[in-house]
Ligand binder design. Sequence first.
Ligand SMILES: Cc1ncc(COP(=O)(O)O)c(C=O)c1O
Length: 442
Amino acid sequence: MDPLELATPIIAPSGTDLGALAAANLTPVLGRYFEHSWSHGIGHRLYDTDGKAYLDFANGIAVSALGHGHPAVTKAIHEQVDRLIVPTAAIGYSEPVVRLATELAATLPEPLDTVMFLNSGSEAIEAALKLARRTTGRAGIIAFRGGFHGRTFGSASVTSSNINYRAGYEPLLPGVHLLPFPAAYRDFEGDEERATSACLAALQELVRTTIPAEGIGSILIEPILGEGGYYPAPIRFLQALRAFASEHGIVLIMDEVQTGYGRTGRMWSFEHAGIVPDVVCVAKAIANGLPLSAIVSTRALHERWGKSAHGSTYGGNPVACAAALAVLATIRSERLVENAATRGAELTRGLQAIAAEESRIGDIRGPGLMIGIELVKDRASREPDGDLASALMAGCADAGLLVLACGRDHNVIRLIPPINVTPDEVGEALGIIDRTLAGLAR
Ligand SMILES: Cc1ncc(COP(=O)(O)O)c(C=O)c1O
C-alpha cells in the first residue's frame, strides 16, 4: 500500500455540487480550467465530491510538488499550529522562519545568501523589481514577451502572456521594455541558435535606440517560459543576459516561481545554464500548498536596499515556513531532484513514442518534470491547435488524469506531476494521454 495513504483518514464523498453553491457569492472573475467540485487529495490523487479519483499532473499549477497530504509536511504543519501561528516579523524572530532562511539559502549558489519571505509569486516579483529599482537608482526594467509574472500592478506590468492580464489596467508601471523571448519552436522554426541571436539583437537594438544600458535597473526572465507555453530559454541566451547585466551593473532577476524546487531536474532551472542570477524569485512548491514566497539575493544588495525599504505582515508565516522546512528535508532525503530528472526523461521518452505515430504533436519539450506537448494542425505547418489541446485536457480528466493547457494560443499541454511521481504513475499517464488523443477525431 502507498505509505502516503496510511497517514490519511478515509473521507466519504459528499456528492455536493460546489459550483452551484459558488454561483451566489463567489466571484465569477476567477478563470478555471475545470468546473469540478473537489473533496480531498491523497498522495498523487485528487478526489471529487462524487469520490472519483484523478491522477494529479497539475498540482494546483506546480504547487503541491510532493503530492497531497504528504505525511512529513502535514506533521510539520500540525506541530507548528499548536506552537505559534501568527507572523512575528515586526516584533522579532520565530524559529521556522529563521531556519528556513538558512536552509533555502543553502540550496542556492554563492553569493545568494539572504532571504526575504513574502506570500505569493506576484509579491516576490514586486519585491525583486523594487529591490532592483532602489539599489540601482535606475527606472528601466527589461522583461520578455509571453512572460507571466503575476497579477499585481507591478508584476502585471512585466506580464504579456495574455492580453487579458493587461487590458483595461493601463497605464501600467512605466519603464518596462518588453523584448522577444527566444521561443525557438513557435517563432524560429525550432532553430535555437537563430532564436538566440535574434532576441539578443533585439536587446542591442533597444539599448542603441530606446534606452541606454545605464538606464536599465533590472532584467527579469523566466528560465522556462511558463504560462507562455513551456519554452525553455536557450542556454546561450541566459548566459548572454548574465554577461550583459554584469557588464552594465544591471540586476538579473530569475523568476523560478514555476521552474524552481527540483522541477526541471535541477534544484533551480538557471543551473542548467551554469549562471548565477542576482535575485531569485521563489513561490509555488516552496510550502507544498501553503501561501509562501521568497526572494533570495546577496547580503550586499539587501543592505543597499535599506532598512524598512520593503516588508509584509504575513510574509514568513511560521506555519508555512514549518511546512517549507519539511518540503526541503523531503526533497533532500528522498533525492527528489534526481527523481524529477529520471521520471522526466521517462515521461519525455514515452511522449516521443506517442508523437512518432501522431502528427498533431508538433513538439515535446522538457526538461525534467516541466514538460510541454505542443499541439498543431499538422507538423509541417506548425499551426497551433488550441481546440485539440482543450479537448485533450477535458478527455484526460474524464479518463482520470488532470493536465493543464498553456501558451498564447492555448495549444500546449503541460505536464507538471509531483516531483516524487513513480514509474507506474508515469506509465498510467502516458496510457491515458495516448488513448485520449487517439480517440479525438482529426
Ligand atoms: C513564473 C511565474 N511567476 C509568477 C507567478 C505569480 O505567482 P502568484 O500567482 O503566486 O502570484 C506565477 C504564477 O503562475 C508564475 O508561473
